[in-house]
Design a binder for this molecule. Structure first.
Ligand SMILES: [Zn+2]
Length: 254
């Protein structure tokens, strides 16, 4: 069977997270490198926790994954969005790429995590191959990937977690990495699950925001009315996000 047909038919939401993909020889190594601002680096265990989550969430059959740490980097702002949207983080990576700065970008995703606030949007920013996000202190408080699903409100098969600050922060981090790989907000889905509405990473809290007015996702699903439903988060990409990632064709370094 054609692989895209397979994904289209088998990649239903119910099977996200447990789906055994048809295997093929990985021909591409996807590289994600994570840097911390000096403030973010002052919390313990942040890089290890981020690497652990990225290694699970981006462990897709389209590539073999290489997640690495770039260490601490000196930046002038902890604002997780402005450090990229204002040009500082892209400029630092460009300087590193030409050897002017002791900083080695990778081809695919260069993620900077800062100590920026996560209460008011924007909290992060992602452009092709470059992303940043705040929330280091919430990552420091985040349970291990497997422990996160031990909560009675979580669902380990579907990678659904309660909408708490640490889990929301790692979902937004995942969202920005998704942007760096070419995903857009309408690659995100929201769906009813029991008494809750669940939002996937690219939709995230837009699922319950009145500012977001797209009617439906690229997956062909409508966005349900959040009404008074409980709000939960999924760390699994939607089927159409996965199909888009399968089309990802490589990075910006030679
Ligand atoms: Zn976004």
């Amino acid at each position: 069977m054609n692989r895209r047909v397979f994904l289209g038919t088998a990649g239903s939401l119910a099977s996200v997270g447990t789906l055994a993909y048809a295997t093929r020889e990985p021909t591409v190594t996807l590289e994600i490198r994570v840097w911390l601002s000096e403030h973010a680096a002052s919390y313990g265990g942040v890089t290890d926790r981020i690497q652990e989550y990225l290694e699970r969430i981006f462990d897709l059959e389209h590539w073999s994954l290489a997640v690495s740490s770039g260490g601490a980097v000196d930046v002038s702002t902890e604002n997780g969005a402005a450090v990229t949207s204002g040009g500082e983080w892209p400029a630092a990576l460009a300087s590193g790429a030409i050897g002017r700065r002791d900083l080695s970008p990778v081809s695919d995703v260069n993620l900077l995590v800062t100590d920026g606030q996560m209460e008011a949007a924007p909290t992060g920013y992602g452009i092709p191959h470059i992303a940043s996000v705040g929330g280091a202190k919430h990552i420091a408080a985040l349970d291990s990937f497997d422990d996160l699903f031990s909560s009675p409100e979580a669902d380990a098969d579907r990678w659904i977690v309660p909408n708490g600050r640490p889990s929301r922060t790692i979902q937004i981090l995942t969202h920005e990495v998704g942007h760096a790989l070419g995903l857009q907000h309408d690659h995100g889905v929201a769906y009813r699950y029991g008494d809750a509405i669940v939002a996937s990473p690219m939709l995230s809290s837009y699922a319950w925001s009145s500012d977001y007015d797209d009617d439906g996702s690229r997956c062909g699903t409508n966005y349900p009315d959040p009404a008074d439903l409980d709000r939960k988060l999924s760390l699994a990409f939607s089927p159409c996000a996965r199909r888009e990632l399968a089309e990802y064709s490589g990075g910006f370094l030679p």
